[in-house]
Ligand binder design. Structure first.
Ligand SMILES: [Zn+2]
Length: 277
């Protein structure tokens, strides 16, 4: 009985995925004529020696950036994204915003040379308490070099504690002090924020605005468009996987389809989704 039910569930899942693929292909014409949504890629580590889904291999990262370069993508800054989302200002037709959370040292050692090779810049969200204090993470010299090369440095709090687990005062401190630390080190305004573990609620959103961040990035799966809330911007997480390039390609070009497939997998198959941190 169990096997029968399980077999049926798998079949149903496959049928739904096929319907979604066909539906999405049929809708392509309409999708193109709608206002553009911008892919904001979300990476963590680019590191061969860590066996973790958050650690994309160096070769896979190079393949992905090479694809973007060869296909005419231009990396944009959060300022450019925001002016497009809020005012409809011009941005390159194939825009991509590349983000890194946590500020691991491999962002500088492994990802940065590849990004430079393809003339891309990225936005790096730092956990400021660990910068220069932990071998796994960036130090301020590395951060400054990337900043001088046009990278945008944002905050990912002081300590990476999910803000929803803190009191209002503690959350305020995390948001404010990390912003001030970046501004003191770099002599520039830190205007952007990414929620540790993606956790936020209305109170946290209110604090992020109050502290003076211009926008904030979530781990809601999707592209950012003119209907997005600028304090809950969607991103596309990129993980290590066996079929890394195929996975990257699908996530970039069939974002909403992948999102639906992920949801079905979770609801029907009962699988836990890998969540970006
Ligand atoms: Zn994080």
């Amino acid at each position: 009985m169990f096997y029968l039910l399980w077999g049926d569930t798998v079949k149903l899942y496959k049928v739904i995925v096929i319907i979604l693929i066909l539906g999405s292909l049929l809708l392509q014409g309409n999708i193109i004529s709608q206002p553009r949504e911008i892919p904001v890629l979300n990476y963590h580590m680019v590191e061969d020696n860590v066996d973790n889904q958050l650690a994309v291999t160096v070769k896979d990262f190079d393949d992905q950036m090479s694809y973007l370069y060869r296909n005419g993508y231009k990396s944009i800054t959060p300022d450019e994204l925001l002016s497009y989302l809020k005012n409809g200002d011009d941005i390159p037709e194939k825009s991509v915003l590349i983000t890194f959370d946590d500020g691991y040292r491999d962002t500088y050692l492994n990802a940065y040379p590849i990004l430079e090779k393809y003339r891309f810049t990225a936005t790096v969200f730092l956990i400021t308490d660990v910068v220069g204090n932990d071998d796994w993470y960036l130090d301020w010299d590395q951060v400054k070099k990337m900043h001088q090369a046009g990278f945008v440095i944002g905050s990912h709090t002081l300590s990476h504690v999910p803000l929803t687990t803190l009191s209002r005062d503690e959350a305020l401190l995390e948001l404010q002090k990390s912003k001030e630390k970046i501004e003191g080190e770099l002599g520039t305004t830190a205007s952007y924020f990414a929620y540790p573990t993606g956790a936020y609620n209305d109170e946290v959103l209110d604090l992020v605005k109050k502290v003076g961040y211009k926008a904030a990035f979530s781990v809601q799966f999707g592209k950012s468009g003119q209907n997005s809330n600028i304090y809950e911007l969607e991103r596309i997480p990129i993980f290590r996987s066996t079929w890394a390039f195929y996975d990257f390609y699908l996530r970039l070009h069939f974002t909403s389809l992948v999102e639906k497939a992920r949801w079905i997998k979770k609801e029907i198959m009962g699988e836990t989704l890998v969540q970006a941190n």
